[in-house]
Write a protein that binds this ligand. Structure first.
Ligand code: UDX
Length: 441
């Protein structure tokens, strides 16, 4: 099938390469000439494991361009542009989605299918459909939300755990269903469940899924706050409640909380949209989910201050991790960088390191100091903070790192280190939601 993908960011670039790997003839279109040039050269413009391999394997059936006219002749058009939070508001900015459709209009022929993948406030798809019906009758619109996780995007694209097809009630549904089932023939044959819905439900599914995940993380972080107040240990608590199959262990990792380009802005956008719809009470709890999440960052700075004897002014602090999560170079709303910036503003000498995200972090916070290795960052440090649980940091040898620091004190912002191992190497170990003696047998 000939497919165009509009928007080649974390979602679109992987989606375009994934569709080519599934056997389609794909053109990726983006306004960013530098990004397009790198993709066209077979180079991943951001760190995503497996993407470079997918780009290399797809040559011939995959190209990238800044020319919107390249969408002409394609029968399926995926909209994969960003919907960032509007500055100073909770609501999402859907202007890129609207522009993408405008850009596509001259290339659309009857029988084509426009597929929305971007995360949008419910009601956006209906407005796009009205435009299509007015200007391009016979073109179908489907809402097909994307659930990929950064760091696992290639796997999630090729082997989705479900496919949601939001179909319009305008007589195009049968055709659109047939086309989308052909696009995703391979994952469907592998057993990926297909859930067909109306347009509104498909848009809500994405907001609901991300709200649930955010709530689960903030739930365990709320328990961490109670543990801190009562002497409990949130890691053991999560382990215990997670054995209940109805609760499960996943997304019960207490620590610095969630960040990134999706969860924080999606729960805020969802609240804003519910407010517009007169259903604000239904999602009032998400304001608390957000507040719990942001409090963890403040608590991390407070814990660092406690460990430094009441003041961080002039203290050298090593921060391991800048990306919002491991296996990504994405620093959008990164909890690690938020803590680093707060500590720097409060007078600490902060040195940040990350295996992949230093360039992005430097662009966002040029005033922070950066180091290329954990050893370099930790040299002379009064305190080491693990804030993004990259494997190479979790596996660090506490004896070796202990040889370069000024004081052997570590704060584990992700409950990812083995306290016994670090204590045995002479380190003071503290973590969020755990008593000072956690891990002492
Ligand atoms: C998320 C959704 O998982 C994905 O389905 C959707 O398409 C986009 O948003 P992503 O932002 O890539 O994906 O990251 P995710 O793996 O969900 O992690 C989000 C944040 O939660 C990270 O900052 C992570 O560190 C944090 N997290 C995750 C926790 O703090 N504790 C956990 O137990 C799990």
């Amino acid at each position: 099938m000939r497919i165009s993908v509009i928007g080649c960011g974390y979602l679109g670039a992987v989606h375009a390469a994934g569709l080519a790997a599934l056997g389609h003839d794909v053109v990726g279109i983006d306004v960013d000439a530098e990004k397009v040039a790198r993709l066209a050269a077979g180079e991943a413009p951001f760190y995503e494991p497996g993407l470079a391999g997918l780009l290399a394997a797809a040559t011939g059936s995959l190209r990238f361009t800044t020319d919107p006219a390249a969408a002409a002749g394609c029968t399926v058009h995926f909209i994969c542009v960003g919907t960032p939070q509007r500055p100073g508001e909770n609501a999402a900015d859907v202007s890129h989605v609207e522009t993408a459709l405008e850009m596509l209009m001259p290339c659309l022929d009857p029988g084509d299918v426009v597929v929305g993948k971007s995360t949008v406030p419910v009601g956006t798809a209906e407005a796009l459909l009205a435009e299509l019906q007015a200007l391009r009758p016979g073109v179908a619109l489907v809402w097909n939300p994307e659930f990929l996780r950064e760091g696992h995007a290639v796997h999630d694209t090729l082997h989705p755990d479900r496919l949601v097809l939001g179909l319009a009630a305008d007589g195009t549904a049968d055709h659109a269903r047939t086309v989308l089932r052909e696009v995703y023939a391979r994952p469907i044959a592998e057993g990926a469940p297909v859930v067909e819905t109306d347009l509104a439900t498909a848009q809500l599914v994405k907001a609901a899924a991300n709200s649930f995940l955010a709530t689960k993380i903030s739930f365990i972080n709320a328990m961490a706050e109670v543990c801190e107040a009562s002497g409990g240990d949130v890691v053991r608590l999560a382990e215990a409640i997670g054995h209940d199959a109805r609760i499960g262990h996943r997304f019960l990792g207490a620590g610095l909380g969630f960040g990134g380009g999706c969860l924080p802005k999606d729960i805020r956008g969802f609240m804003a949209r519910a407010g517009e719809l007169g259903a604000d009470q239904a999602l009032a709890f998400l304001a608390e989910v957000d507040a719990i999440n942001l409090r963890r960052r403040v608590r991390m700075v407070d814990l660092a201050r406690e460990e430094c004897g009441g003041s961080i002014v002039g203290r050298r602090i090593a921060i391991l991790g800048a990306a919002f999560k491991p296996e990504s170079d994405d620093v959008r709303d990164s909890p690690a960088l938020s803590v680093a910036a707060q500590m720097s503003l409060q007078g600490a000498e902060v040195v940040v390191t990350d295996p992949q995200a230093i360039d992005n972090a430097r662009r966002r916070w040029p005033e922070l100091k950066y180091a290329f290795t954990a050893e370099e960052a930790a040299t002379g440090a009064d305190l080491v903070l693990l804030l993004t649980e990259w494997r190479e940091y979790v596996d660090l040898d506490p004896h070796e790192l202990g040889a370069v620091v000024h004081q052997r004190r570590v704060l584990d912002g992700r409950n990812a280190l083995d306290p016994a191992r670090w204590r045995a190497a002479g380190w003071g170990y503290r973590a969020l939601g755990r008593p000072a003696t956690a891990g002492v047998s």
